[in-house]
Write a protein of this length. Structure first.
Length: 237
């Protein structure tokens, strides 16, 4: 078993946060009526993608009837539909949909993780729950030797990336790192941190985040990777 697979196995087996354990299992038992026939995952959702990738996309947490149902991050809900369409159009994955773990989806030169690996009630993990999951983010980063950049989806993910960057001595003392959609910060060691609004249904339905906005940022990210000789091989825009 590779170190990446071993980390994912450890994430899946995690039971550190009693509130999250109880909630994810309750959701998996009660289910949503439209998914009554599904055997819900009901466990922490592991990392997805390539450990040799150059980009690490960081989300908030699995959705109750998305990742917590399917067992893959951003899979089976409106957020995933939006995100993977944008990633497909900009060359970061092979198909525009993400419906279940065996749907054939693969990422190109990227991996996706979450600041918190269990679905939290109200999509609001506590600071203590975020702290419990933070070491998994650090280990994910350290297992990606070719990583050039982070893409944080939402403020909470952005703050988790900043904590990681601070711990790994990637921040510059003279820069004020503030969350704002579309901003790309230069980090030390030739890396960067890009920020986006979270592709939640609320944000996309209200047009706070549009497909054009998401694709513009992703194409800027691809350009950064390309400048370092690290871009995905093709785009589908």
């Amino acid at each position: 078993m590779s170190d990446w697979d071993a980390l994912n196995a450890e994430i899946i087996a995690c039971r550190q946060c009693p509130r999250l354990v109880a909630y994810r299992e309750q959701v998996a038992q009660t289910k949503r009526a439209s998914y009554r026939a599904w055997d819900y995952w009901g466990k922490p959702v592991p990392n997805f993608g390539e450990p040799n990738g150059k980009l690490l996309i960081v989300g908030l947490a699995p959705a109750a009837h998305g990742g917590n149902r399917t067992g893959r991050i951003f899979t089976g809900d409106a957020s995933g539909d939006f995100l993977f369409e944008a990633l497909h159009r900009t060359g970061f994955c092979n198909q525009p949909h993400s419906t279940h773990r065996d749907d054939g989806l693969t990422l190109h030169d990227a991996a996706i993780t979450a600041a918190v690996h269990c679905v939290p009630p109200g999509n609001k993990p506590t600071p203590a729950e975020q702290a419990c999951c933070f070491p998994y983010l650090v280990r994910t980063y350290r297992l990606m030797p070719h990583l050039r950049g982070f893409l944080a989806l939402g403020r909470l993910a952005f703050e988790a990336c900043l904590r990681l960057a601070k711990q790994e001595n990637l921040l510059s003392a003279d820069v004020r790192y503030a969350f704002q959609h579309g901003v790309i910060y230069e980090l030390r060691d030739g890396k960067f941190l890009a920020a986006s609004y979270h592709p939640s249904a609320r944000n996309t339905y209200t047009k706070l985040l549009t497909m054009e906005m998401m694709m513009t940022l992703l194409l800027q990210v691809r350009t950064r990777l390309q400048q370092a000789g690290d871009a995905p091989s093709s785009a589908n825009s």
